[in-house]
Design a binder for this molecule. Sequence first.
Ligand code: NDP
Length: 242
Amino acid sequence: MSDAPVVFISGASRGIGAGIARRLAAGGYDLWLNYHSAHAEARALQEEIERLGRRCRLLPFDVADEEAVAAALEPLLAEETPYGFIHNAGITRDTLLPMMGRQDWDRVLSTHLTGFFLLGRLFSKAMLGKRKGRIIAIASVSGEAGQAGQVNYAAAKGGLIAACKSLAREVARRNILVNVVSPGLIDTEMIKDLPLDRILPMVPMNRVGTVEEVAGVVNFLLGPEAGYITGQVIGVNGGLHM
Ligand code: NDP
């Protein structure tokens, strides 16, 4: 059995989450990978990671479903406490507020924010017992600066930032560090329908970022060199928000 530290990542079947999983596997971590429905992608990623010699457990569930979260994680946490918890699962339901349906609001808030509450409650409790751990949430420049058409998403991401700062204060004395990585435009499915020709001129670096550029910062925040960093929001946005 491996004694490598375990990191749990929510929303890891695709995009940024999968990029973080690849980076952490290369860095020697074992992984618990959550996703919602992309079974084929998740299984392919699991095989890729196991070929690197790392343990990789797949945990398909909806992060906003309290019963599903508990059923998947409580038996595992009774055996083992992950060193890291990365809350990355996310969705968008963009539209202007007057047109926004109640479901667009509820679904976005529940995935980002209730998901963090349900997962963070379990992982922080387990980590407190071990007196060590790292918690990282993936927010967004929208949660820092606001974004037209994203009242729901910006509220969720802004809430995530405030939740992480509060949790950071609660657990710092127990050697648990809580930080936020806040990406700008990153090349994944999530931005495939955005009018990049109109948006890119607003990005000082005039390009989208890569999942690897986000994953590298997450890897740093998990490592020993980030041992005195907590309650921080680290932008990975090409200068879009300063
Ligand atoms: P993708 O759409 O590429 O991937 C989203 C991931 O989240 C998938 O693995 C998906 O699983 C999972 N997911 C969605 N809903 C749930 C749920 N209810 N329960 C469990 N898993 C879920 O998005 P990105 O990789 O682009 O985004 C990752 C994170 O980064 C999000 O939080 C997003 O808000 C944030 N972000 C992204 C930016 C970008 O430009 N791409 C910019 C700023 C922030 P499945 O495949 O099974 O559906």
